[in-house]
Design a protein around this ligand. Structure first.
Ligand SMILES: C[S@@+](CC[C@H](N)C(=O)[O-])C[C@H]1O[C@@H](n2cnc3c(N)ncnc32)[C@H](O)[C@@H]1O
Length: 270
C-alpha cells in the first residue's frame, strides 16, 4: 500500500457527479473503489453502473426524523464506515461546492472523530450544461445563486437579483421552486412555499426589466439528467408566461448584456 493509499483510507470523498452520469475520471475512480456510497437515490442511480457489485449504496432521508439534519446524518454514516476501514463516498448532483454537499458536510464533520481528511471532487454544475445547450451566454462571466433557498429572506434575494441585473453579466438562477413545496416537513415556511417562489420569479422579471431591454432572452433549461433536456425561451417582458415550465429541475438563464442571438443560439464574445 502506498502513502497516498493510506491517506485515502481515512479520507471522506465528496463527489460531484454532474448530471446524467456524466462524471469525471477522478469521480469514476473513487466510485469504482467505494465500499459505501451515500446520497439521494436518484443520484446513486445515475452512477450505479460504476460501483462494485458489493458496494453498499444508501441514503438517510427515508429514516430521518422531521427536523433532523440529513447532511450531518450522511456525514456520520460515512464517518462510521471510514472508521471501520471501508472506503466511503458521498455523492451530490452537479458540483459539490455549489448548493451541494461539500459545505454542509464540512460543517457536520468538524466535531466528528474518525475522518482524517476530506477530498472534494468537482462535478459539472447545471449552469455549465445550460451554457453549452444555449451556446456561450456566460462567456463574459456570470452570476449564479438560488432564488428559493430555505431560510433566505426576500430582502437578501432582492439584493442579489438587483446586483445581478445591474452587473450586466450573464445570470443563471438555481432553485426557482422552493424545497418547501415538495417537503414542507423538512423546509417549513410561514406562507405557502409556492407563493414565495412565484413572488421571487416576479422579482427577477421586475429587476431585470429595470436594467435590461424587455426583449432580452430568458431561457428555462430543465431536466439536464435526461437525454434531451427541455429548453423554453421567452423574453424578460414575457418571463411570467413560462412559470408553468419551471420545475425543481430547472435553471433560468439570462445572457450577459453584450450577447448575440442567432438561429437558436446565444453567446457573448470576450
Ligand atoms: C440544491 S441545487 C444543486 C445544484 C448542483 N450542486 C449543481 O452544481 O448543479 C438544486 C438546483 O439545481 C438545479 N437542478 C437540479 N437538478 C437539475 C436537473 N436535472 N436539470 C436542471 N437543473 C437542475 C435546479 O435549479 C435545482 O433547484
Amino acid at each position: 500500500m502506498t502513502g497516498a493509499d493510506i491517506r485515502r483510507d481515512n479520507t471522506l470523498s465528496i463527489v460531484g457527479i454532474g448530471y446524467g452520469g456524466d462524471v469525471t475520471a477522478r469521480a469514476a475512480d473513487l466510485l469504482g473503489r467505494a465500499d459505501l456510497v451515500v446520497g439521494h437515490p436518484d443520484f446513486i442511480g445515475q452512477v450505479a453502473h460504476l460501483l462494485k457489485p458489493d458496494t453498499e449504496a444508501t441514503d438517510v432521508v427515508a429514516d430521518a426524523e422531521p427536523g433532523q439534519d440529513v447532511f450531518a446524518l450522511r456525514a456520520r454514516l460515512a464517518g462510521e464506515a471510514l472508521a471501520s476501514g471501508r472506503r466511503a463516498v458521498i455523492v451530490t448532483a452537479g458540483d459539490p461546492g455549489l448548493l451541494g454537499m461539500a459545505g454542509p458536510t464540512l460543517s457536520a464533520l468538524r466535531d466528528q472523530a474518525g475522518v482524517q481528511d476530506v477530498e472534494i471532487v468537482p462535478g459539472l454544475s447545471a449552469w455549465q450544461y445550460a451554457s453549452a445547450i444555449l451556446g456561450a451566454p456566460f462567456n463574459g462571466g456570470l452570476i449564479t445563486f438560488p432564488l428559493c433557498l430555505h431560510g433566505e429572506s426576500d430582502a437578501d434575494v432582492a439584493r442579489r437579483i438587483r446586483s445581478a441585473a445591474d452587473s450586466g453579466l450573464g445570470t443563471c438562477l438555481y432553485m426557482l421552486r422552493h424545497n418547501g413545496e415538495a417537503h414542507p416537513e423538512l423546509f417549513p415556511t410561514d406562507e405557502p412555499a409556492v407563493d414565495i417562489a412565484l413572488r421571487r420569479f416576479a422579482m427577477v422579471r421586475n429587476a431585470f426589466l429595470a436594467a435590461r431591454p424587455g426583449d432580452t432572452p430568458a431561457v428555462i433549461v430543465s431536466d439536464l439528467d435526461n437525454e434531451r433536456p427541455r429548453r423554453v425561451t421567452t423574453s424578460l417582458l414575457d418571463l411570467h408566461s413560462v412559470w408553468g415550465e419551471v420545475s425543481d429541475t430547472s435553471v433560468l438563464c439570462i445572457p450577459g448584456e453584450r450577447f448575440t442571438a442567432d438561429s437558436g443560439r446565444l453567446w457573448t464574445v470576450t
